[in-house]
Each structure stands twice: as C-alpha cells, then as structure tokens.
Design a binder for this molecule. Structure first.
Ligand SMILES: Cc1ncc(COP(=O)(O)O)c(C=O)c1O
Length: 503
C-alpha cells in the first residue's frame, strides 16, 4: 500500500478552525481507527508528511506527537513512526485514557526496563536482564525458615510496621554494613522495596525540575530514567578507565549540582571498579563542595578474585554519602528488598515520602530476610554464588575470546554480572541486536545506558542468569550473527548499515 496516497491535504476541512497539526492528527487517527492504516504500518517520515500536507516539519512532528499521546502510533528511534495496536472497534466508546494521562516520558528508554525483565520469546537466550540465575535462589532455605517460624511469630508482625522497615531487619542490615566498614545504626537505615525505589525517593525529596545531577556515562538505565523524570539536567562524567575529578570539579563550580550518582564497584554496565585512591580523592572533593554522593552498590559482594576496595560510604567523613544496597542480585530480585543508609534527618524525610507509595515494604519478605541474615545464611550463600558466577564468567570470557575476538572487544570483569563489549564492525549495537534476534539471542544495546542518544557500538551481556552450556550456546549465536554481518558487508562492498547519527 502506498501510504502517501491515502494521506493528502485535500481531505482536510478548510473551514475547520482547529490548529492544522490537530487536523492532520485527526485525519490519520480516523484512518487508523477504520483500519485503513492497519497496526504495524510504517507512516511517512516527518519531512514527507510535511510535504504531503504542505506544512512545516514542526507541524508534522506535532501531529505525530499528538497521535503518540493518544497511543495510536509509536516511534522507533532511527527507524520511523508506526501505527500501534488497533483500538478495539467492537467495544463501545469509553474513557479516552491516553488523553487523560499526565505528561510522561515517551522516549526510547521509557519501557526498556520493563522489556528487559519480561519473559523472552521461546527459544531466545536473553543476556539482557541483569539478574541472578533462578537455579541459585536460596529458596529451600527460605522455605525452611518460613515453616519453622511462621507458628512462632507474633501476628502483629504481619500488620502495619514502621515505614522505615521491620526493626529486626534494620538491625541486621546495620550490622551487615558495620562488618563492611560502614558505620551504621538502625536509625541510619531505610528498608526499601528494591533499591530502585531508593533512587525514586531520593529524586523525589532532593530534586526539582532544572536541578543538575552528575552521572557517569554509561550508567544504570533505572537511575537515568528516574533523574530525568524528575526534570533534572544531567551532567555526564565519561566513565572510561579513570574518573575525571577535574571535570567533576568543573561541574561543581559551574553548575552546583544537587548530587552525584555513582556505581563505584563493578559498575553497571562497564564492570569497572573505582580504585581506592580515587575513592579517597572523590570524597575529599565532594566534602569540600558539600556535594551529596548517591552511591549505588548492588554488586560489591559479587567479586571473583580480590575483594574490591571499601565503599565510598565507609570513607564518608561529612555525612554526605547516601548508600543504596539491594538483595536483588545476591539473593533474588522478586524479594524486592533493598535499603538506603544515610543520616537520620534524610531517612526521616524519605520515610515521609515512602508512605505515599507503599506505607512500608512487604513484611513477609522483611521478616524472612531478617531471619536469613540473623541465622548466618548469607555468607555461605555468597561463597556459593561467587564460585558459580566466577566459573560462568571464565567460561564466557573464553568463549568470547575464541569465537568473537575478531569482531568485538571486551574486558573481563573482576566482579558483578556483565561483559561490556564493543563491536569492531561497521554496525551499531541496535542494528546488531536486530540481526541477533534472527539467531534468537538478545542483549542490551549500549545507547540505553547513555543520557543522550549516541551512535554506539557497545553492548552489555549478562553472564549470571544462565548456566555454562547456555552461555556457550549464546556466544556461538552471537558469533554467527557477527559472521553474517561480515558476510553482508563483504557482499555489498560497503557496510549494509549506514552509520549515521540519529537526530
Ligand atoms: C546499579 C543498579 N542499581 C539498582 C538496581 C535496582 O535493583 P533493585 O532490584 O533492588 O530495585 C539495579 C538493577 O539492575 C542496578 O544494576
């Protein structure tokens, strides 16, 4: 079907006083509702649409934006605008929900976390989600704890508890942090429904639209989304081998940012570790400028050789470091328990905000976890998973070296869950992902970890979630994909993928 033929200016009502972009949007909406433009149809690019209706490109963009707000079309960055799932023509007209929603981000990152945790298509190996292997979840221990203790626990423990968390768990977490050299008492601890909630709460109580936030780039998608959603302006601190304290100081002087968000240990996605001396220098600089540091630390217990340097929070001499931890990576993500350590004044303010979200995190999970920690199950569990993940990392490194070394560069991480890879081919990571889908393998393309769209060739592979045999299979599928791209490049004489910036 030639789409351009069914969209033309003659169809607009010349007497209509509505802005022209709304008229264009309505005209396209009607065609979508009548299925003249069925779901999945690629609509003309903005420039072409502007030509068809003899309007400016801005008008065309606004028309598509309106349709997007109505949920009728969606935009795939670098590819175009497509008709979304058809509205149910059978059902009676109801509430126009999409028109009622408050403004929300509809950019390329908006649903990426949801996509990552969704179940992959049958037969597809997903190296996308950063999660532990379900086969290693300590479920037997949790079952035993439940069975032995449910009859002995005061029913009141399953009623409402303080927003800050179940007291035995706050005590256990404080004790755990003290063992890591982080001085903390229960009043310093806020139990969270996952550390993602901590990021949200911090943004809620500290950030106003227009505030500056410094983030490493690349960095954790969930943090980018939360801070951007709060209207913060992100200052990017490139995260190669060495953190640039000079650049950070420049940001501090010029922009007075509200906070620095950093993952110093086995960073997501690069796997990088901030060296001990850099940690000390960072704390000194931050102290001088009274800069709040949000230290996100989900991975430091997952080391496969030497133990990493102590957390920034352990070096905090000015009560400026807000520390986020989670049990999602070391136990299982469905537990949804994380925690935040900070000064009581902050804990108190965050708790006030948390009451609007969930009153308090799930008691059953907190109760079970407190027993798990108090009865000493964490240390042997960590020893077990470290051993297993180390084997997987080594296996995957060997396989990548053997099958993919001509096509990608990668560094072997000393801990955490990820290989951060870079393609040597004339192909962006998104294009590589598209090709890889044909070989039923998926991963996270690198641009998802940046605050501004980049033309990147990097991508993240999680090695924790699958056993060695599956990892080997996945690397072979990746190698096949890369070989197919090389072949196409050769056949075409030029790269099949034009490496053009997406504007
Ligand atoms: C750096 C980082 N922070 C926070 C989270 C969120 O963890 P949680 O499951 O505790 O919300 C993740 C999960 O991928 C992460 O990688």
């Amino acid at each position: 079907m030639n789409i351009s033929n069914c969209l033309n200016r003659a169809e607009l009502d010349t007497l209509d006083k509505k802005p022209i972009y709304l008229q264009i949007a309505s005209l396209i909406a009607v065609k979508i509702q009548k299925q003249i433009l069925p779901p999945g149809t690629k609509l003309p690019p903005e420039r072409e649409l502007a030509g068809l209706f003899a309007v400016s490109r801005t008008t065309a963009i606004n028309a598509y934006r309106k349709l997007e707000q109505q949920g009728l079309v969606w935009t795939k960055v670098g590819s175009g605008t497509y008709v979304a799932q058809a509205p149910d023509v059978e059902s009676p007209p109801g509430v126009p929900w999409p028109q009622l929603f408050t403004a929300y981000p509809q950019n390329r990152l908006a649903s990426i976390l949801r996509d990552m945790v969704s179940t992959p298509a049958p037969g597809t190996i997903s190296l996308a989600a950063g999660m532990p292997d379900p086969a290693l979840y300590p479920l037997e221990t949790f079952t035993g704890l439940f069975n032995r203790n449910i009859g002995r626990t005061a029913p009141a423990d399953f009623g409402h508890i303080p927003i800050e968390g179940y007291s035995p768990l706050r005590r256990a977490v404080a004790a755990m942090l003290n063992e890591k050299g982080i001085p903390a008492s229960p009043e310093n601890i806020l139990i969270l429904s996952g550390s993602q909630q901590g990021l949200y709460l911090v943004s809620k109580v500290l950030l106003e639209p227009g505030d500056y936030v410094v983030m490493e780039t690349p960095t954790f998608i969930g943090a980018i989304q939360v801070f951007q959603d709060a209207g913060a302006r992100v200052l990017s601190l490139p995260c190669p081998e060495k953190l640039s304290l000079g650049l950070l100081e420049d940001f501090l002087i010029r922009h007075r940012p509200k906070l620095l968000y950093i993952i110093p240990t086995y960073q997501n996605p690069t796997g990088r570790v901030l060296p001990e001396q850099d940690r000390r220098d960072l704390i000194e600089l931050a102290k001088r400028h009274r800069l709040v540091i949000v230290e996100d630390d989900p991975y430091s217990d997952l080391f496969y050789g030497q133990q990493p340097p102590r957390a920034l929070k352990a070096l905090d001499s000015y009560e400026g470091v807000v520390y986020l931890g989670t049990f999602s990576k070391i136990l299982f993500p469905g537990l949804r328990i994380g925690y935040l350590a900070g000064p009581p004044v902050l804990i108190n303010r965050l708790a006030l905000e948390k009451q609007f979200i969930d009153l308090h995190s799930n008691n059953m999970a907190q109760w079970l976890l407190a027993m798990f920690l108090n009865e000493g199950y964490l240390a042997p569990h960590l020893a077990k998973v470290r051993g297993e993940y180390k084997k997987r990392r080594d296996r995957m490194a060997k396989a990548l070296q053997r099958w993919c070394a001509n096509d990608i560069e990668f560094a072997v991480p000393e801990g955490g869950f990820y290989f951060w890879c870079k393609s040597k081919q004339a192909v962006t990571s998104r294009q590589l992902l598209q090709e890889a889908a044909n070989n039923r393998i998926s991963f996270v393309p690198g641009d998802a970890f940046h605050t501004v769209p980049t033309l990147d060739k990097e991508f993240r592979l999680c090695f924790a979630a699958h056993d060695e045999a599956v990892l080997l299979d996945s690397v072979q599928r990746l190698a096949k994909t890369l070989a197919q791209i090389t072949k196409k490049n050769k056949e075409n004489g030029s790269p099949p993928y034009s490496v053009r910036p997406i504007i």
